[in-house]
Write a protein that binds this ligand. Structure first.
Ligand code: PLP
Length: 387
């Protein structure tokens, strides 16, 4: 059976170009970049090139890039590292719709006595900027607001937010794990101090990430040991991962606009095809400010998990809620925060596309979904027979 992979916000295929470049670093080019010999120096040079490739994508300096083990580590390091470097400040501001890699760190700090503000969102998933401005004060150590939401694709006005936060002299972090590679980002023109990204969301391997730290930003080291990553993140580098991240960033920089236009056309076709043939379904998120690859659709009165299982029989992969929280029967904290009714939040499916999807795949999905929804509605005790 073919696999139609529409779950790219959970993880993405490693690009062939990436795979080809990283393979030698397991078997032939296995030296330690910290070694004094020429062999080690060659590897250190590969790490240097990857740092430059990442910096080019983000429009920042190579020495503002710290390689980490993924988005979760970058988020933890940004928040905990800032808090540790500003011990007199006791307030943290974030939103209710962050990924757990941010939300759980903030809540843990709240358990340790910090004053945590989780900003609410409206029906489209956007925060109220006036409310944010009112919360900014001298006691605030960090504001952490995601660039784009992993479940709905809603894009926050991050440059405006960063400017507002910076004007008050407060550190601003953004979790850009879902944004990088999907929309253009220019850190040279932005007030962002700290930015997290993850390799496996942009066709690099799992277990590699980046924390961008703007020059001059105070951030306590988050892994102690050797001198790697400018003394901030000790540990022998994940060289294949770093090389792969570099190539993935280079590919994203080169092809971002063209590929994402193509992805958006497919996403819009999929969405229209489903909405036109499935009554009582609607799109969640900010329709006008959304990642080009993401469509979160609520099918009222049926279970997302049942839809996933029936799609799976046709080889169609998607998510209900986020991959990290699926498996729990609680509806998504993001959709609930947006005020999506319980019966619709439960029946939500996130489709997330990539450059590897095709028209033929989308046509297949548009053909298979309506009968699945119809069948599940027929079985649902909550549904009138008019559906
Ligand atoms: N932040 C967001 C918005 C994400 O979507 C994810 C992964 O789903 C993460 C952080 C965690 O990244 P990683 O899986 O690389 O730890």
């Amino acid at each position: 059976m073919q696999t139609i992979y529409l779950d790219n916000n959970a993880t993405s295929k490693v690009a062939d170009e990436v795979m080809e470049k990283i393979q030698p670093y397991f078997c032939n080019l296995y030296g330690n970049p910290s070694s004094m010999h020429t062999f080690g120096g060659q590897i250190a040079n590969s790490v240097k090139i990857a740092r430059q490739q990442a910096a080019q994508l983000l429009h920042c300096e190579p020495d503002e890039i710290i390689f980490t083990a993924g988005g979760t580590e970058s988020d933890n390091a940004a928040i905990n590292g800032t808090i540790a470097s500003l011990p007199h400040k006791r307030k943290i501001i974030t939103t209710r719709v962050e990924h757990p890699a941010v939300l759980h760190v903030c809540r843990e700090l709240e358990n340790h006595g910090y004053n945590l503000v989780e900003l609410p969102v409206d029906r489209t998933g956007q925060i109220d900027l006036n409310q944010l401005e009112d919360e900014l004060d001298d006691d605030t150590a960090i504001v952490s607001i995601m660039y784009a939401n992993n479940e709905t694709g809603t894009i926050f006005p991050i440059d405006r937010i960063a400017k507002m936060v910076k004007e008050k002299g407060i550190i601003f972090h953004t979790d850009a794990v879902q944004a990088v590679g999907k929309i253009p980002l220019d850190l040279s023109k932005s007030n962002i101090d700290l930015l997290s990204l993850s390799g496996h969301k942009l066709h690099a391997p799992k277990g590699i990430g980046i924390l961008y730290v703007k020059k001059g930003t105070r951030l306590a080291p988050f892994m102690l040991g050797g001198h790697q990553e400018a003394n901030r993140r000790a540990g022998t580098e994940n060289v294949p991962g770093i090389v792969g991240m570099g190539v993935a960033c280079e590919l994203a920089a080169k092809n971002l606009e063209e590929e994402n236009n193509k992805v958006k056309i497919l996403r819009d076709k999929l969405e229209a095809g489903i909405l036109n043939s499935c009554p009582n379904s609607f799109v969640n998120g900010d329709i006008n400010n959304r990642l080009p690859n993401t469509s979160n659709i609520s099918f009222e009165y049926i279970e997302g998990e049942s839809i996933l299982l029936m799609m799976d029989r046709h080889g169609i992969c998607a998510s209900s809620g986020s991959a990290c929280t699926s498996g729990s029967l609680e509806p998504s904290h993001v959709l609930r925060s947006m005020g999506v009714p319980f019966t619709a939040a439960h029946g939500s499916i996130r489709f997330s596309l990539s450059r590897y999807n095709t028209q033929t795949e989308i046509d297949f999905v548009i053909e298979k979904i309506p009968p699945i929804i119809k069948r599940l509605r027929e079985l649902s005790p909550f549904v009138s027979k008019d559906f």
